[in-house]
Design a protein around this ligand. Structure first.
Ligand code: SF4
Length: 162
């Protein structure tokens, strides 16, 4: 049984910017919950951001650019939240190290948790290819990150490890 870090909002916790969750209900996700040790984590709330909160997006870059100091995370009021997003990413990595976690399932499109696409920075609901800040941090330290739509790929990766 592998230990998997999972975005808290995917587990029914109402921690998203608008106070909602995003719990999937499909066979793959149910398999994940039933067959593995799940560690729930929300980088943004762990970093001290409130629920609800004004939405934030990465401006002019993706998660790796935020890690390298070449892009910022601003909310739709123009407040710079880069430090909070970096703290959330560091806390997620710390959690993985403490608990020997090598796999994560994180919420697609989030500026923290997205792993294939994220919102493009103009608050228009358009997306761009790239990782969120936490995903970039975890991948940099060899944690394998999947979205909630890729649990079947995680399943294949775990089967290979057996
Ligand atoms: S930071 Fe991640 S876990 Fe927290 S609400 Fe956003 S997508 Fe969900």
């Amino acid at each position: 049984m592998a230990k998997i870090l999972v975005s808290a909002c995917l587990l029914g916790c109402k921690v998203r910017y608008n106070g909602s969750d995003l719990k999937p209900s499909n066979n793959d996700f149910n398999w994940l919950i039933k067959n593995h040790e799940i560690v729930s984590f929300c980088p943004e709330v762990s970093a001290g951001l409130a629920i609800p909160r004004v939405p934030a997006e990465i401006q002019c870059g993706v998660g790796q650019d935020v890690l390298s100091g070449n892009a910022n995370v601003l909310n739709s009021d123009g407040l710079n939240l880069t430090d909070k997003f970096l703290l959330g990413a560091q806390l997620a990595l710390q959690k993985c190290k403490q608990e020997n976690i090598e796999f994560a399932v994180l919420t697609e499109y989030s500026p923290s948790c997205g792993s294939n696409s994220i919102y493009n920075g103009d608050f228009s609901a358009k997306k761009k290819v790239g990782n969120g800040v936490t995903t970039a941090m975890l991948k940099k330290h060899n944690v394998q990150v999947y979205s909630q739509h890729q649990v079947h790929l995680l399943q294949l990766a775990l089967n290979k490890e057996c």
